[in-house]
Design a protein. Structure first.
Length: 121
């Protein structure tokens, strides 16, 4: 039996600003943007190469915007990944290297926090 994680909800305050950040700055693919009603809008975006997507929108969760503390993306080249995000306008940390690999940190406009990990360090 497979249990595949394929969608994670990310609470945001402004759906259009979040789309602009994730699509235009972080480079995610906009898969769906569907308004069901004035109270319900579903947006799905996927990081490049990822089998798991994020969902954001209106009426999807009661969680306050910016309360996701630790989403992690795994990359093969931390320096190239950092340079790509910085070049797109994302405020990223310096590369931090340690026993668990190399990491770079950033947040979306609401403060949902992300890390990039390169396990080869």
């Amino acid at each position: 039996m497979d249990f595949r994680l394929e969608l994670v909800l990310v609470p945001v305050s402004d759906v259009d600003d979040a789309i602009a950040f994730y699509r235009d700055k972080a480079g995610f693919t906009l898969d769906h943007d569907h308004t069901v009603s004035p109270e319900l809008r579903f947006v799905q975006l996927t990081p490049p190469g990822s089998p798991c997507s994020i969902a954001l929108g209106k009426g999807l969760t009661d969680a306050p915007p910016g309360t996701v503390p630790g989403l992690q993306l795994v990359v093969k080249d931390i320096d190239a990944a950092r340079a790509e995000l910085a070049g797109r306008g994302v405020a990223v940390s310096d590369v931090q290297r340690g026993p668990g690999g190399a990491f770079v940190y950033f947040a979306d406009p609401d403060g949902n926090r992300w890390s990039l990990q390169d396990i080869s360090g």
